[in-house]
Design a protein around this ligand. Sequence first.
Ligand code: ADP
Length: 522
Amino acid sequence: MMLLPDYRVRQRDYLLEISRAITARLDLDEVLRRILRASTTMLAGQAGIIALRSDEGLRVRAVYGISQAMLDYFSPLLADISIREDGVLNIPKLDEKIQKLAHAVELRQVVALPMAVGEEFVGVIYIFRAYGSDFSQNDRRVLQSFADQAAIAVHNARLYANVQRERKRFEAILEHAADGVMILTSDLRVESFNHALSQITGWQANQAIGRAHDDIIVWSCCEPGTDLHAALAEGWPHPDGQPHNDTLYVEGDLVRPDGTKISIGITYAPLLDSDGNLINVIVNVRDITHFRKAQEMTSTFVSVVSHELKTPVALIKGYASTLRREDATWSPETLQHSLQVIEEEADRLTTLIDNLLQVSRLQTGAFAIDLTGDVALDQLAKRVAKNFRTQTDKHEILIDFPPDFPKVPGDETKLRHVLDNLVNNAIKYSPEGGKVQIGGTVNEDKVHVSVSDEGVGLPQDELERIFERFYRVDDALTRKTQGTGLGLYLANAIVQAHNGDIWAEGTPGEGAKFTFSLPKEQ
Ligand code: ADP
């Protein structure tokens, strides 16, 4: 075995220690300190500096044998450094700078080498001697081996910091994504689980992680057609498939741990290694309840509107064509009655179209309310009552407001629309007739207006739903009665826009009472 000279043994031992420190992922500062100590000792120096390149130029990152107070003397050595094409450092006026240094801190010889990874210049290492001979070519060679190690350590630390940053960024994206996301291992166990997915599925991340996909994704009976297992059985993911078009989409109703259901759409995206083996499945879960509701709503809209339009149009056409017949003459009463029907049906169409327009304005955000008016609701109620009295013989429309009922800020046309709707309903849903009372009360900061009737009444569990768009109670009378389920929806929107509230009370068979409250001041 060849015996190495003593310094070569020490150099090898130091390099070994340093590469161990690098692989053990020690803190970069500690690794650089060790490299500097080893280099200074190996080169029989008294002090050393490692400076790293940053956006603001070279910055001292490790020192050996130099006190903090002395560091300022060394800053000229870090200014204006560049690296030549042949990889040699160019330190302008080095001799002059060293002379000054010798004066201040008694360091007389210097050797400086660049630290580089490939083409990239990452920093510089300086070793100083206070006495003894100049640094030799051999010293430079020895120092280069340490500089290379230092450059590797810096490079690794930067890679590691980048990986950490990317990881944090990825975790933040995952956690804050609006869609539910989970990552599955190749055997379909949950590895990550984000906040949105907790909200959709009802599973907490800490309960879900480690569980099988099938524990979390439980489809309600008979759904869906092609699920993850069916796709896997058919050879998904396809090893040669393009990642973007090899996703799998499954839609259905998910059963949550508490038994409730939610409509979801899931996109499964496979993550394959270079050999085409499945590493992970990225699962993106979207709550499609709104989408499904919107689809339902569209079809309800089309059927309600076409039905509601058809009836008056058919009546108008029927009466008009009868009146036009040239082979018949009509008594003045028949003529009067027929024209009245035509007029009423035309009014109904106008109301329907008006309601539809208002709903569409609500949806597009163009629903304007002018709260600057002074509305005397008691006077308004009187006008509404007068108008409806002409339309019914069966009902007695009564008004009950205290004498000094205050005016409220609001939009008179829109509030009239609310009252019209409530009184119209009270008449519509009390086919046997009876009293319809419009009353008002006042308290400290609000006024209340209510419309009550003695009609069919309302079941307890319908009291809130009747304010939903297109919602109509499913009973025999409602089915016989024309309507779109938009009146109360609009009334609610108008009252809300006045910062008020509207609610219903009632018992089946005992009539219904609708009340809205409005603030006295906006
Ligand atoms: P529409 O009357 O056109 O159906 P609304 O939105 O005005 O729509 O009312 C929604 C549903 O609420 C009605 O279909 C009816 O079932 C119920 N409803 C409204 N007002 C009354 C009332 N005064 N008495 C009983 N049920 C009512």
